[in-house]
Each structure stands twice: as C-alpha cells, then as structure tokens.
Design a protein around this ligand. Sequence first.
Ligand code: FBP
Length: 553
Amino acid sequence: MTKSALQIARAGYVPKMPSELRGNVKLVEGASTESLSDQEEIKKLFPNTYGLPIIKFVQDEGEVGISEPLNMGVILSGGQAPGGHNVIAGIFDGIKKLNKDSKLYGFLLGPAGLVNHNYKELTSEIIDEYRNTGGFDIIGSGRDKLETKEQFDKGLEILKKLDVKTLVIIGGDDSNTNAAVLAEYYKSINAGVQVIGCPKTIDGDLKNDYIETSFGFDTACKVYSELIGNIQRDCNSARKYWHFIKVMGRSASHIALECALQTHPNICIVSEEVEAKELSLDDIIEYIAGVIANRAEKELNFGSVIIPEGLIEFIPAIKNLISELNDFLAHNQEEFDLVRRSAKREYIISKLSPENSEVYASLPESVARQLTFDRDPHGNVQVSQIETEKLLAEMVGKKLKQWAEEGKYVGKFASITHFFGYEGRCAAPSNYDTDYCYTLGYTASMLAAAGKTGYISSVRNTTAKAEEWVAGGVPTTMMLNLERRHGEMKPVIQKALVELEGAPFLYYKSQREKWALETDYVYPGPIQYFGPTEVCDQPSKTLQLEQTGKIEE
Ligand code: FBP
C-alpha cells in the first residue's frame, strides 16, 4: 500500500494517555445507579445488569499483568467516524500488556460479522498498519442490527470457539443499546462473555453527564469547518454568491452548531430551535431571505448558510408528512414501486390526508421524490439523500424575487449549494480523537480484565491535558429510557439533541445577529497534527463551552 508522507509520519505518533492508566490500575466503584427514567420497567428488563456502579480507574502499585491470556472481539457498527482504528489499537495494546498471549478478533463488516462468523485475528502487523489513521477499513463496518435471541446465540457460538471473553461494540446510541441487551442476555444465561460499548458517531448525539462526547465528532467538525472557512474566504473575495452548506448529522444539529462556532457564518439553522418554536418551512425561508435582504442593503450580496442534515424532520408540518409517508410506504411499498416514475408524485398526493397532501404538493419535485426513497433498516427516511440545501436555496430565491417585485428587496442573489458529510467521516483523526479513542480502547480492555459487562468505556475531563483525563466505565442501563419504536415501548439510550439552554447554543445565539449582518468569518484552516498544542490539541468549541463555559480563542 502506498502511503502519504503524513501517513508515514503519523504512524509514529504515540497517543497521549491519562497518567492514571500508565502502569497497573485498580478500579474505584461509585454508588449504584438508576436508569434515566422508567426505572421500574428497565430494572425488570435488565435484572442482571441494572444498577451497576460507575467505575473509574486509578493507578495501583505492582506490575501490570494477568496469568491467563485475555481474548477479546471487536465490532465496528454504523457510520464511520475518525478514530475507530485507534480504539482497536488501544484494546490491542491493553490486552497484550495484560498478557502477551492475548488475542484480538475483529468481526467483519459490522454486527453481521459476528452472526455470520466472519472474522479475522488482528495481529500486531495489522494493527501497526492502521494506528492513528482514519476510516473503519481495518475490519469494515455495517448497519445490521444485533437484536434477536437467534443472533445472540449464533454470535455466542463463535465467541466460545475463539475463547473470546469480552466483546467490544463500537457504535452509536442504537448499537450501544443493543450492546446493553446483549450483555444482559449473556449474563442471564451465564455465557461467560462480557460486552462493553464504545461511544462513536460524528453526529455527537451520544453524550450525557458521563460520556463527554462521542468520538469522531471533533475531527469531522474540524474538516467541515476548514471547508466552510475556505468557502467563506472565497465568498468574501468574489462577493457574488450565497453558499448554502448542508452538514451531516442525521438528527441532532451538533455538527452544524460546532461548525458555526468555528467559522462564524452569516446564518446557521438549528433544527432543535425550529422544532421548539414550531417554525414552518416558510418561516425559515423568510428568516434566511430577511438576512440576505439586510445584507443587500449594505451591498453585501454574498454570505454563508449552514444547514443541519436533519432539519427537514424537525419542521413540524414536514415531520407529520414524513410520519404518514413512513406508515403509508411500510404498507404499500410494492404498489408504490409499480407506479410509473412520472406518476409517483400524483399517486402520493392522492393517498395522503388532505393536510399532508398539501404540504407534499408544495415541495419542489426533487425533494418530494427524495422523501419517498427507500427507508434505512430502522424504517427512517435517509435524510442525507434529501437535498435540503437545494430546497432552501430554491425557495429563498423565489421569496426574494417576490420581495423584489413588491419593492421590498433590492439586491442580487445567486446561490451555490454544498453537502459535507462523507468528506469528514474517515479523515485522519485530530490529536483529540487520536488520544481519546486510544484511551477509550485501552480502558475497554481494563474493564474486560476487571470482569465488567454492560458498561460503556468512558473517558472524562477531556478539556484538560490528556494526563489528567479520567478513565472508567458507565453502566449502559443508566442511560436508558423507554421510547416508542415501531409501535412498541423499547428501552433505548436517549439521543442527545442540542440543548437550547446549553452553553454552545446560548453562545451562538448571543452572536448570531452580529455574524448575520457583519462579515466576521473565521478561517480555521486544516487540522494540524504537529506543532504547538494550542493549534493541535484543542477540543471542539462545543466541548469547551459545555465543560468550561468558555472558548479558547
Ligand atoms: P452513525 O450515527 O451510525 O455514526 O452515522 C452517522 C451518519 O454519518 C449521519 O451523520 C448520516 O446521516 C448517516 O450516518 C449516513 O449514513 P449512510 O452513509 O450509511 O447513509
């Protein structure tokens, strides 16, 4: 494999780690815990793993080591996120340090690898090839769900055959929920296999008081912010385009907000605010057009708009439409597939309730079509395929034209649209993600050695220097609540949306009028891997505001 100069130099990077993990460790257990809500029901569903204490590791005297080898298995689940390879490297180094004969097995292409017994042993040669690199290609990832008893039993067969004592599932909220169910099941049948989760997703929506951030968020946001900064510099130079930039984030707007904090765009839409204020699509169009008109008065006929990928599902009228469409297509997909392409729009209009039919008919042709595309395995619309950025640019253009005719707007409007998602998901991890992920993986191996199951590996205090980070485990049941899924109440990890009273949003809110009218763009530039710590090691602005209440400039 030909390697870039950066890859070669980066291979030698030694991740920074908490000093408490350097030598031998012992665990300190806190008090027993409760689930987020619905305690009685969740306790019944998880009789063996409910109420476990929060754990932290501290340094202990003596040599690191265990007498028996500790074999572990690992799965990468869901969308790629920078740093996954380092979680695996951390696990590998951890078990080898505990006993040099330990083995690590990677299940291929996501949870399906476990069920189909598709795996490979991750040797030191393989691990060394992937240290500090982006991507999930070491073993691949997949979106299959691990949720039935048959799958669990099938998985157990291979885990037993390989003498794997602990399985690590690296995933987002759904995958970690499934990991908790699997941990409970294996414990209930005394399978002798522990299950540990690791918080992954660029979306940043797997976090709470004990999980400061999901890995990958930091790097992905830095990559998108570099690109947004470059676009803003171009737009401030040419002074003739409005750029509508959609950024990934299936549901929550954390990525959009973080990119706004890093680049100071003229507009950033936050889906959670749209929902809370019950804004209609027209309200959003009017808001954007209003900012454009105000800037035009100052002859600033250019600007930037950041749009979160999930926006469409947070606009109440469209949310209702999608929900009826989901139901309708779930029952009538075959019939819908048979309708001629040119007649599909009219077919849907004729089948929906009058209210939703009207909303559907008002959407541009392309977006209406995208709303009927195949659902993901969870039955959701694949929002990354809906071109919200084009929808908004087109509708804002129409609104401005109307205002111009009414004499309310004088200016020039030309738009360019962008979508940033895949550009960042496999980027070379920032120092933050490189260190954070390695520590998460290493911690997972310590949890395994301590005989723990039903935990998510956690690393806290990460706005401080890595030496001061606190490593441990949080019982997954603690993060559960009951939510309606496919018509049934299910225990799930609550998705962390942008909090409108949280420090990151409040900071944005305090600045947005200024950023809208003035041209206060920030150009973050590319991620730096070598150089002064204030350039290379800064955590995301979101994390800084959440943890310390202020931003390091
Ligand atoms: P995860 O939650 O699985 O980490 O995935 C996040 C994400 O990158 C979203 O931002 C995006 O909507 C989605 O994956 C796209 O996934 P896919 O490429 O599988 O359609």
